[in-house]
Design a binder for this molecule. Structure first.
Ligand code: DGL
Length: 262
């Protein structure tokens, strides 16, 4: 029997696995392809042109596979390329959006401020600036780049003193009693969610946009009659164009998904 077309997830590295994890809860019967451009990570400190070229190359490769939708599971790549990609290809392409809107709505009610964390490139890009301009009428949003978290995640160093000290130092720049929400605007950061919660005062909510992306994916697949809700799911894992053996991929994903479950 022919295998059902897959849903592809793209990220500069392992961050997009946090989005795939969410997809597996909502759409467990789909086939998936995960592409980590780990050989070229991190993206967030590169120039816009470099990221644009890397994403274009990776997406051309991914679309050579049997794919029915593509998730750009990387805020940085989404900021730089999503409009261009949608113009160039006809399959559904879904990007990430930092959860600024829900954060602002909630914090306005509580008369608190919001910190949006992301890579330096995401924070510099028009896409985020436009989003903030659209939703932040009271000017309660502040920005915090956290470039060091992406390499730590790629090295598999999550629950470490180094990560904790780094985050403590960065958040010490803010009077935290004024803040109600911290937005994780980079998919790699979600692996550190517990540490964010640990070092931040308990009244601060730490939120991300993963659920929104997968709700969007499900809606689009339903509209286009592309949902697969029977059979079993398979995940193919590529690192910068090289397929890794299924047993190695399963082990890798199992370990990382475990961090997200707690
Ligand atoms: N996961 C990417 C993001 O969401 C990380 C970017 C990077 O490689 O620096 O922005």
């Amino acid at each position: 029997m022919e295998r059902e077309k897959a849903i592809a997830f793209f990220d500069s590295g392992i961050g997009g696995l946090t989005v795939l994890f969410e997809a597996l809860q909502t759409l467990p019967k789909e086939n998936y392809l995960y592409f980590a451009d780990s050989k070229n990570a991190p993206y967030g400190i590169k120039s816009k042109e470099e990221v644009h070229n890397l994403v274009k190359k990776a997406v051309d490769f991914i679309l050579g596979k049997d794919i029915k939708a593509l998730i750009i599971a990387c805020n940085t790549a989404t900021s730089v390329t999503i409009e261009d990609l949608r113009k160039s290809y006809s399959i559904p392409i879904i990007g990430m959006e930092p959860a600024v809107k829900p954060a602002v709505e909630k914090s306005e009610q509580n008369h608190k401020r919001v910190i949006v964390t992301a890579t330096p490139l995401t924070l510099k890009e028009e896409k985020l600036k436009n989003l903030i301009e659209r939703v932040d009428n009271e000017h309660i949003v502040d920005l915090l780049p956290l470039p060091e978290l992406v390499p730590m995640a790629e090295e598999g160093k999550f629950n470490t003193i180094r990560a904790k000290e780094y985050l403590k130092r960065e958040f010490a720049k803010f009077e935290l009693s004024d803040y109600g929400t911290v937005v994780l605007g980079c998919t790699h950061f979600i692996f550190f969610k517990k540490i964010f919660q640990e070092i931040l005062p308990s009244h601060i909510d730490v939120i991300d946009g993963n659920k929104g992306t997968i709700t969007n994916l499900k809606r689009i697949l339903t509209e286009k009659n592309l949902l697969n809700d029977s059979g079993s799911s398979n995940i193919e894992y590529f690192i910068s164009m090289e397929k890794i053996p299924d047993s190695e991929a399963s082990k890798r994903m199992e370990g990382l998904f475990k961090i997200l479950k707690h």
